[in-house]
Write a protein that binds this ligand. Structure first.
Ligand SMILES: Cc1cc2nc3c(=O)[nH]c(=O)nc-3n(C[C@H](O)[C@H](O)[C@H](O)COP(=O)(O)O)c2cc1C
Length: 166
């Protein structure tokens, strides 16, 4: 019986890699939407990109002055270790898991960690995703969260954030 299970495990690629996607939201404790918040976000991103690259984790972080919402993709043990560090971080609070599931491929393969401000996004975009007019991830499904994050990341808001902060 055990050997049968072992045989089955050797054929499925999902079993060998255990690629997982996790989405959470949390309360942003960085204070008002100003230059200091941008500095704090840049230092979070600097560490996140370095550590995620080392752990082969990809994803994106979106935020406004009230919320963070983050998508993390990677091998599940590495993902869990990263999540434990993120949950202990006092720059946010009330980390709430929105979705976690095994995946076959990454949606954010090009980003160790992308970042996008929801503030800059139009009400139209949020409404198009059925989550408008105000950004409130506690009212969103994991699916809505994923599609909105993909859309924001593709719009390249992260580049604007980076240049605004220089
Ligand atoms: C909203 C938010 C998102 C973060 N995202 C990541 C991330 O994707 N990867 C990561 O390694 N650290 C991330 N961090 C930073 C971690 O919380 C932590 O500070 C960092 O991993 C360094 O941990 P260490 O000092 O225990 O080594 C994030 C922090 C916050 C507040």
């Amino acid at each position: 019986m055990l050997s049968e299970i072992r045989d089955l495990n050797t054929v499925g690629f999902a079993v060998t890699e255990m690629l997982t996607r996790l989405i959470y939201h949390s309360e942003n404790h960085l204070g008002p939407f100003d230059g200091k918040m941008m500095d704090d976000l840049n230092s979070i991103m600097e560490v996140a990109v370095r550590k995620n690259e080392a752990a082969n984790i990809t994803g994106a972080l979106i935020f406004d002055n009230i919320w963070f919402m983050q998508v993390l993709e990677g091998e599940r043990e590495a993902l869990s270790a990263t999540l434990r560090r993120i949950m202990a971080d006092e720059r946010h609070d009330n980390v709430t898991i929105m979705d976690v599931r095994p995946i076959h491929e990454r949606m954010f393969a090009n980003w160790w960690m992308g970042i996008a401000a929801v503030q800059g996004a139009s009400e139209k975009l949020l409404t198009r995703h059925g989550v408008g007019p105000r950004f409130n991830p506690s009212k969103m499904t994991g699916e809505q969260a994923l599609l909105l994050t993909v859309d924001l990341a593709q719009q390249g808001l992260s580049r604007k954030l980076a240049s605004a902060a220089v």
